[in-house]
Ligand binder design. Structure first.
Ligand SMILES: Cc1cc2nc3c(=O)[nH]c(=O)nc-3n(C[C@H](O)[C@H](O)[C@H](O)COP(=O)(O)O)c2cc1C
Length: 166
């Protein structure tokens, strides 16, 4: 699959099949993060991968009761040191690489930003000063959502300076 197809096909998936991801496939998907760019090539992220059913269930109340988290095959927490200048950007790019890699491999993802950061850090045993910037569910999609709406390009682009038209 080419990159533009993966970008166009990606959707946030909130319904998953009860199916484990084979270890090799999971590792190939996570490889996307390892290859991601980062400020000064610092690669500051750590990824915590939760696959145990009970551990995933325990994430639900910490993540604003988003029940589908218990049904994904793997929950990935993107962890970084917030004192490092580009760390939040870096970990976000790494997770997006995973999201696009997942599309190619027939897997689905959904970012999880709604969570109690302190509770999640404690649950995952994350030492200070590290924090979870964002989480992501990963698994075999059990839904095929339509593309969600996007702003027209004219609302996003400025040419040469802010407010500059084409
Ligand atoms: C930083 C971030 C945090 C998000 N947090 C959640 C979340 O907690 N729960 C959820 O169901 N979706 C979450 N989403 C998914 C967005 O709702 C979704 O990307 C958006 O509605 C567009 O839909 P699409 O991804 O299918 O194109 C998050 C997305 C991002 C980028």
């Amino acid at each position: 699959m080419d990159v533009s197809s993966a970008i166009q096909k990606r959707r946030s998936i909130r319904k998953y099949k009860a199916k484990e991801i084979p270890h090799d496939l999971l590792m190939e998907t996570l490889e996307g993060a390892r290859l991601a760019p980062s400020g000064a090539n610092r690669q500051p992220w750590q990824l915590i991968v939760v696959t145990d059913a009970e551990r995933k269930r325990g994430l639900v109340p910490i993540c604003k009761d988003q029940k589908f988290i218990a049904d994904c095959s793997a929950f990935i927490a993107g962890v970084d040191d917030p004192s490092q200048k580009w760390a939040r950007v870096d970990v976000s790019i790494a997770l997006e690489h995973i999201a696009l890699m997942a599309v190619e491999k027939g897997l689905g993802t959904c970012y999880i930003g709604a969570f109690d950061g302190e509770k999640l850090a404690a649950y995952l045993g994350i030492p200070k000063p590290y924090v979870v910037t964002v989480g992501m569910t990963l698994g075999y999609p059990d839904e095929s959502p339509e593309a969600r709406s996007r702003k027209p390009v004219a609302e996003l682009l400025h040419w040469e300076r802010y407010g500059g038209g084409e």
